[in-house]
Structures are given as structure tokens and as C-alpha cells.
Design a protein around this ligand. Structure first.
Ligand SMILES: Nc1nc2c(c(=O)[nH]1)N[C@H]1C(S)=C(S)[C@@H](COP(=O)(O)O)O[C@H]1N2
Ligand SMILES: [Mo]
Length: 344
């Protein structure tokens, strides 16, 4: 047959074969190591073994491999707060993503870059008890017990769309508290213009932090203060009416639904209010592909694929991408055209 039908490049952004975010690191790794690996997938050949031993228990907190993707919810002292009351402003106009699809399709490079293998590797991670340190340009810095914050700041449920830069999307009910309530509690000084988030760093509990040492662990992200204080910005502690499974970023992660997913750092244990704009992990690794703002925008392609459409995971179909992921009424006023035209 003369005509071989090849899909356009963007139909296989990453996900299908090599995780998108990993691409550059693979190149860099090859260069750094001086290896001539050609097209060989280094991530797949570096011994990122997924399962050592099979567990006898359910693996939720005992360090063993979980036998079910939903058996990874840590013992949570605030379980009585779930499910929280749902916020009528944020309901689904898309059908919810299947809960198990969401729990088995995760970007959480501290564990593994293969999305469907993350949940199998979170067993050793001790996600509770947990504290969050808030430091920097604030009146009342401190180390806060997460369970106390959940009780004091109040939890609610919101259905948000999450759009990954790799052009897949899901719609899920998160549980959490608006981040501005925590910021109000620590009282940022007028010098505090940005908010920086740092994820956990425990190589003993996270295989990817041991084996993928080309990433500058721990994961770090940041928002401008007005973005961090925006009503949409949620400090998330639960999903589908229960505390977060570890693969979704237990026990606390940030969610900014108008930005690409990498701006929603998981399992954070430090928040720092800063004067200057902090560096962020993905733009440090590849500034030409991942920017600071990373607002969802179908008109600005990623250098390696289009952002015009997105795949709804678990549904096997694509839909048009929306500017600000459809949350413009909440956030469009924060940005000018110049910011919106930037890569990611
Ligand atoms: N600490 C940390 N946070 C992270 C990531 C990560 O690898 N490490 N991946 C990000 C990316 S790229 C996405 S798309 C979302 C995925 O969240 P989910 O697995 O709950 O869907 O988490 C984000 N937060
Ligand atoms: Mo992502």
C-alpha cells in the first residue's frame, strides 16, 4: 500500500510512549553521561523497576506494594470531615472522570514517570501525620499540623477540570480549603509578592527520588501572590469524597485549575512567601517548553505538540482546549496579552 496513514505528531504527545516531561531529561542525561543510546528509552532502561515484592497487606501505609489503587489512602485523623459539603459554584459540566482511571493515571515523578505505575510504588511513603511549614515574608510564620489546619480552615468539595500540559484532561471532585485562608492566617507582609511551594524530599520513601537523580529534588513550584490568593486556588487534601490517595499528592497538594497541571505541586511540606519570583522546577529544566505562568491556552502550542485539543482520560475522545481551561471569569483579569502569549 502506497499510502501509510500516520497520525499528526500531536496525537501522541507523550503519555503513550515516553512521558513528555521526561524527554528533555533523557537527552540531558544522555549528554551528561556521554552515552550513545540513540533512540533507546533511558527511563525505561535505568532499572526503574516497579514492583520488588508483592505485599501481604493492602500496602496503604505499611511500606508494601498496594494491591489496589484505592488502597493507598493513608490513615487520616480527619476522616470524619469527608465527604465535605460541595461548593455549588464549581459543579461539573463534563462527566466526572472514573475514579480508578484518575487513580491509575498520575504524574508524580518522585515515584515513577510511568503514569500507570505510580500507585504501585507509593506504599513506602508515609503521608500522615504531616506538617506544613510556612515561612518567609509573613507576620506569623510557623509549622502547622495538617489535621489542625483541616479542622480550623474548613473543607469543601469542588469539581474542577485538570489539564495536563501533555494534552490530557480529567474532571474530578477535590476536597480542600482555599489557600487564601491559610495565607490570611500567616499574614503576608507587603514585601511578600510570590508564594513558593516545596514538595517532600524523602528518598527512602520515594523510589524516583533515589533512581532519577537528574531531577533537582524536591519538586518546587510558585505562584504570584494574587494567583495564590485567587478564589480558585485550592489546598487539596481529598478527592472523590475521601482523603487523597498518595498517588494524587497526599496529604496536601495545590490545585490551580486554570494552569497546566505541573503548577499544582503534590505532597507539599513547605510554603514560602518571597519578595522575588522564585524559580520553578520545570522552567529550570526546560525554559523553552515550560514557563512560569503556564496558563492553559489553546493558541500557544507546546514546542513539541499542539494544545488545541485535549484527551479526556478514560473516555477515549478529544475536546477543544479552553483558554484558562474555561476559568476565565475568575482569572482572566490577572493577565495581559503578553503573559498569555508565553510558552506554557
Ligand atoms: N510533587 C509533584 N507534584 C506534581 C507532579 C510531580 O511529578 N511531582 N506532577 C504534576 C503534573 S505534570 C500533573 S499533570 C499533576 C497530576 O496530578 P494527578 O496525578 O493527581 O492527576 O500533578 C502535578 N504535581
Ligand atoms: Mo502535567
Amino acid at each position: 500500500m502506497a499510502h501509510i496513514h500516520l497520525p499528526p505528531d500531536w496525537t501522541t504527545p507523550e503519555g503513550k510512549a515516553t512521558p513528555a516531561h521526561v524527554y528533555w531529561n533523557r537527552r540531558r542525561f544522555i549528554r551528561a553521561a556521554g552515552l550513545a543510546l540513540g533512540g533507546l528509552g533511558v527511563a525505561g532502561s535505568l532499572g526503574l523497576a516497579t514492583s520488588g515484592c508483592r505485599a501481604n497487606g493492602n500496602g496503604a501505609g505499611n511500606g508494601q506494594e498496594p494491591d489496589d489503587p484505592l488502597a493507598t489512602i493513608p490513615e487520616t485523623p480527619t476522616r470524619d470531615l469527608y465527604p465535605a459539603e460541595s461548593d455549588a459554584r464549581f459543579q461539573a459540566e463534563r462527566s466526572l472522570t472514573d475514579r480508578r482511571v484518575a487513580a491509575t493515571h498520575n504524574n508524580f515523578y518522585e515515584f515513577l514517570t510511568e503514569k500507570d505505575q505510580v500507585w504501585r510504588n507509593v506504599g513506602p511513603f508515609q503521608a500522615r501525620p504531616w506538617t506544613v511549614e510556612v515561612t518567609g515574608e509573613v507576620e506569623n510564620p510557623g509549622v502547622f499540623d495538617l489535621a489542625e489546619l483541616e479542622r480550623e480552615l474548613g473543607l469543601e468539595e469542588r469539581i474542577y477540570r485538570l489539564r495536563c500540559v501533555e494534552a490530557w484532561a480529567m474532571t474530578v471532585p477535590w476536597t480542600g480549603f482555599p489557600l487564601h485562608r491559610l495565607l490570611d492566617r500567616v499574614q503576608p507582609l507587603s514585601s511578600g509578592r510570590y508564594v513558593r511551594f516545596v514538595s517532600f524530599h524523602r528518598p527512602d520513601e520515594a523510589i524516583g527520588q533515589r533512581t532519577q537523580d537528574w531531577y533537582p529534588w524536591p519538586y518546587y513550584e510558585a505562584l504570584r501572590m494574587d494567583e495564590a490568593r485567587n478564589e480558585l486556588t485550592l489546598a487539596v487534601t481529598g478527592i472523590y469524597g475521601e482523603p487523597l490517595p498518595k498517588q494524587h499528592g497526599a496529604p496536601i497538594r495545590i490545585v490551580t485549575p486554570w494552569k497546566y497541571g505541573y503548577k499544582s505541586p503534590k505532597s507539599i511540606d513547605r510554603i514560602e512567601v518571597t519578595r522575588e519570583r522564585p524559580p520553578t522546577l520545570w522552567s529550570d529544566l526546560q525554559p523553552r517548553e515550560y514557563g512560569f505562568y503556564s496558563n492553559v491556552n489553546p493558541a500557544v502550542p507546546h514546542p513539541r505538540w499542539s494544545q488545541e485539543t485535549e484527551e479526556l482520560i478514560g473516555e477515549d475522545r478529544r475536546v477543544p482546549t479552553q483558554v484558562h481551561n474555561g476559568y476565565g471569569e475568575w482569572v482572566a483579569h490577572l493577565y495581559d496579552d503578553e503573559i498569555m502569549s508565553r510558552i506554557s
